[in-house]
Design a protein around this ligand. Structure first.
Ligand code: ZN
Length: 134
């Protein structure tokens, strides 16, 4: 079951440039930075009220974020939904003919297991499913 929007992902060219700008914009400090080696991204998190923002910077040219930035430039990248059982959600969505980029969950940032849907399945929106690691 999908429970709520967990965070919104924003692609940026350079975290060191973006973090102070977002800190000034939202009036809250970045609370966490984390490298996700498997995705070749560095992430930074902000909590604004109940809303969480994840900034993503590519660490290598083959990173999906590097490819995204090349095509579209910085800005909105994905929306992440918290689910109660990620394996069940992957199975349910596959049965309903949604295309998943990950058929088994992988480790994501911020203590989560994640799986992405293909943007075609989200009518152009890249969707991440995530579940807190227990
Ligand atoms: Zn995310």
């Amino acid at each position: 079951m999908i429970k709520k929007i967990e965070h919104i992902g924003i692609a940026v060219e350079d975290l060191n440039h973006a973090i102070p700008i977002y800190e000034k914009l939202f009036g809250v400090p970045c609370y966490k930075q984390e490298l996700v080696a498997s995705e070749a991204v560095k992430t930074a998190f902000f909590l604004i009220g109940d809303a969480k923002l994840e900034l993503l910077e590519a660490t290598e040219s083959h990173s999906p974020i590097a490819k995204f930035l090349e095509k579209k430039g910085s800005g909105f990248h994905h929306i992440a939904f918290e689910v109660d059982n990620i394996e069940k959600e992957i199975e349910r969505l596959q049965k309903d003919e949604f295309i998943l980029l990950h058929l088994t969950p992988k480790d994501g940032a911020d203590n989560k297991r994640i799986a992405f849907l293909h943007p075609k399945s989200g009518l152009g929106m890249l969707i991440e499913l995530c579940q807190e690691k227990s």
